[in-house]
Design a protein around this ligand. Sequence first.
Ligand SMILES: Nc1ncnc2c1ncn2[C@@H]1O[C@H](COP(=O)(O)OP(=O)(O)O)[C@@H](O)[C@H]1O
Ligand SMILES: [Mg+2]
Length: 210
Amino acid sequence: VIVTGTDTGVGKTYVACGLARRLSARGLRVAAIKPIESGCGGAGEDGMLLAEASGQAQPTVALVRLRAPLAPPLAAELEGVELDDDRIEAETLALAEGTDVALIEGAGGVLTPLTWRLNAVELARRLGARALVVGSDRLGTVNHVLLSCEALERAGVDVAGIVLNAPEVPDASTGSNAATLARLRTELSIAVIARDDDANLDEVTRWLLD
Ligand SMILES: Nc1ncnc2c1ncn2[C@@H]1O[C@H](COP(=O)(O)OP(=O)(O)O)[C@@H](O)[C@H]1O
Ligand SMILES: [Mg+2]
């Protein structure tokens, strides 16, 4: 499952970690993988948080770690790092094999470049993965979620569901966006996650196991 979203900072890692904890608590073999992470070097890198949540032995950090807080291919160029998309795909697949569920977190949103040839949509397509789309439950998310779903679907990637995550600062739309999306796309599974309370990820866990 590719855990992607409408933007950076919307809660992809928070959601992926909550799912990894739940899946591993059920006794399932879980891998939570960040193929490429930029902005590395501080505490609490996504790759580390994901590994801690799943309890996996390997990997303990993102497969490729880049320092600059920029889109990965730019950060890579700054460091003279060559990003090889075939290798990233193969390593991700190798880690996913032998697990019951592999959660793969992209960077940024669905079309954010992971390399100059790879983004979350293309990685999901190549891996045959389904996608979870995480968005922030704030004004603008309806458009961002629908665009993200269109990009995934156009590439033949199955959308497993939408997770609307509570923003730090709510706005007038917070709490109503799920119902709006449900009216526009009746077939989509949508879950709403509260601030500091991820109990509704139980439902999302069930989507992944169906
Ligand atoms: N529902 C939530 N309740 C409390 N904090 C949250 C929630 N969702 C996200 N956060 C926090 O908000 C920040 C951004 O979330 P994160 O999962 O890192 O986003 P992304 O992976 O999409 O960049 C992190 O510090 C994260 O712990
Ligand atoms: Mg993240």
